[in-house]
Design a protein around this ligand. Structure first.
Ligand code: CA2
Length: 149
């Protein structure tokens, strides 16, 4: 049976590929979703892919993941640097959490250097462009494989 993974995207990521390509690249979020689904098939992962500009929706998806998912890959956008509420939600989830940033946040403004999410994340990836989502999924799959032997 495929293992369920939530791929969650925060505010403004709906604009991926449409603005600031020098920072975030030219792929759209739909392209990223397609690539995640294709890799999911290969890795035997069922992908639930979501984006919202609203903090509560992201929290609700984390709560939904609690009941059923083996992992969460999350790019919380700017909520990374502000949201104790999303951190609290992630702390209720027992599976693997990978925090994924398209840009290298450490090469950018100092307010992007701190992440509330990193207090919970099992792994953090930044600066690999949209490839970071695929690497995150590979990590979730590997840890799930290791658990089931
Ligand atoms: O590098 C990342 O993935 C970020 O999580 C992206 C967030 C930013 O606030 C974080 O510091 C780092 C911003 C997402 C905005 O996405 C856009 C994409 C294209 C055009 C405009 C915004």
């Amino acid at each position: 049976m495929p293992r369920l993974v939530y791929v969650l995207n925060g505010p403004n990521l709906n604009l991926l590929g449409k603005r600031q390509p020098h920072i975030y690249g030219s792929e759209t979020l739909a392209d990223v979703e397609d690539a995640c689904r294709a890799l999911g098939k290969e890795l035997d992962l069922e992908i639930r892919f979501h984006q919202s500009n609203r903090e509560y929706e992201i929290i609700d998806w984390i709560h939904a993941a609690r009941e059923q998912a083996t992992g969460i890959v999350i790019n919380p956008g700017a909520f990374t640097h502000t949201s104790v509420a999303i951190l609290d939600a992630l702390n209720t989830f027992n599976g693997t959490v990978i925090e994924c940033h398209i840009s290298n946040v450490h090469k950018r403004e100092s307010f992007r250097h701190h992440s509330y999410m990193s207090l919970r994340a099992d792994g953090v990836i930044a600066g690999f462009g949209t490839q970071g989502y695929l690497l995150s999924l590979r990590r979730v799959a590997k840890l799930a494989d290791e658990k089931t032997g």
